[in-house]
Design a protein around this ligand. Structure first.
Ligand SMILES: [Zn+2]
Length: 380
């Protein structure tokens, strides 16, 4: 038997429809909502009042409306109705920021602290986070949670690191942090967090592979705007695909992994990243040679992955801010040389969010969950 929809459910659906419309298009007038959502004027007026009373939306100036020929009140969502905290743990520092419902960030802090799998380390990070959240001076119920990313694979619910050779944190459980924190927290693979930021910056992209090309290489696969982790969580771990059986030793213990040819560590020979690109762009032949070699390796990694999954490849991580269109052309030239198929030169692009992407992306799962959640009729 078909389930019947109660009037209450219809009403809530309209409430959500209107909220999400304002979220996407705001600031908008009531007339815009009536017209675009094909709802009656009294329904829209009553739902607007309800959303405004609950604090979800606010009046946001006036807007010209062709439909009524005069200025009308405009409505926008309240971005900090809820926020989430993003944390990025690295070997010698951790980064924190607060992200609102629109994905805008504030209060970014970088804290020097060397990672150690000790109670003292966990306690120090959590102490800092508790003080940080107090300093935000917002009501506690506004904080949705704390996403903590690190360079390692995590299980599906973000409760444990399943593979963490870079920081030597395999087996680390989120409950060790949770016991010191008064908000929900979870772990995220840093490449997935970065891919989450790219989803926010690229609403037009349903599917893509995100390459996080930083000190180390990482990747994340997006299908239907969701991160695809695979059966065992190993999806898109292209950094450990073997390029050369006799290649240099990777941190994973195997030889010749893509990590050893396409990470920033493999590109730099001890010099700072900025110094490398300064020398390269000023025309130094030896730097140019190293760069060409690196781009060829990267093209090969992209081509191999592209043959497996024909989608867009987004080049992100620290490398993104240094990449130029000419570099992308060189990558296409090399892919053309390697691929048996005619290539379309339309599937490799530079990240739209090259900075703070991992820290922002760490907070985004909490934001997404909040936006996906039904709006309760008696929301506080
Ligand atoms: Zn490896």
């Amino acid at each position: 038997m078909k389930k019947s929809i109660t009037p209450g459910q219809i009403s809530r659906t309209n409430l959500e429809l209107i909220y999400h419309y304002i979220y996407q298009k705001g600031p908008v007038s009531q007339q815009d909502i009536v017209y675009d959502l094909r709802l009656s004027r009294p329904t829209v007026a009553s739902k607007i009042n309800e959303l405004e009373a609950m604090g979800f939306i606010k009046k946001d100036g006036q807007i010209s409306s062709d439909l009524v020929g005069r200025k009308a009140a405009a409505y926008s969502i309240v971005p900090d109705y809820r926020i989430a905290i993003g944390v990025e743990i690295q070997a010698h520092q951790f980064k924190v920021l607060a992200v609102d419902l629109k994905g805008s960030h504030s209060m970014r802090r970088v804290v020097p602290l060397t990672y150690a799998n000790t109670e003292e380390y966990v306690h120090s990070v959590c102490d800092y986070l508790n003080t940080y959240i107090d300093a935000l001076s917002i009501q506690e119920e506004k904080v949705l949670g704390i996403g903590i990313s690190l360079p390692g694979l995590v299980n599906l619910d973000g409760s444990e690191v399943t593979y963490g050779r870079i920081l030597d944190c395999t087996g680390l459980k989120v409950e060790r942090f949770q016991k010191y924190l008064r908000f929900p927290c979870r772990f995220l693979h840093d490449a997935s967090a970065a891919a989450g930021s790219e989803l926010l910056a690229s609403p037009e992209l349903p599917d893509f592979v995100y390459l996080n090309i930083s000190i180390h290489l990482g990747a994340s696969m997006i299908r239907n705007r969701e991160i695809y982790n695979g059966r065992h969580g190993y999806s898109a771990t292209i950094e450990h695909i073997q390029f050369r059986p006799d290649g240099p030793l990777c941190y994973c213990g195997k030889k010749g992994c893509i990590e050893m040819y396409c990470s920033m560590t493999s590109l730099l020979e001890g010099e700072e990243e900025e110094k490398f690109f300064e020398n390269l762009r000023s025309g130094s032949p030896s730097y140019k040679e190293r760069w060409l070699r690196f781009l060829k390796h990267l093209a090969r990694a992209i081509n191999n992955s592209h043959l497996l999954y024909d989608t867009v490849f987004v080049l992100g991580g620290y490398l993104a801010q240094h990449l130029t269109d000419a570099d992308i052309d060189l990558i296409y030239d090399e892919i053309e040389r390697l691929s048996p198929f005619p290539e379309h030169r339309d599937f490799v692009r530079i990240s739209k969010m090259p900075v703070h992407n991992i820290t922002i992306g760490s907070a985004l799962p909490y934001i997404k969950e909040f936006l996906d959640r039904p709006i309760p009729a008696s929301h506080p």
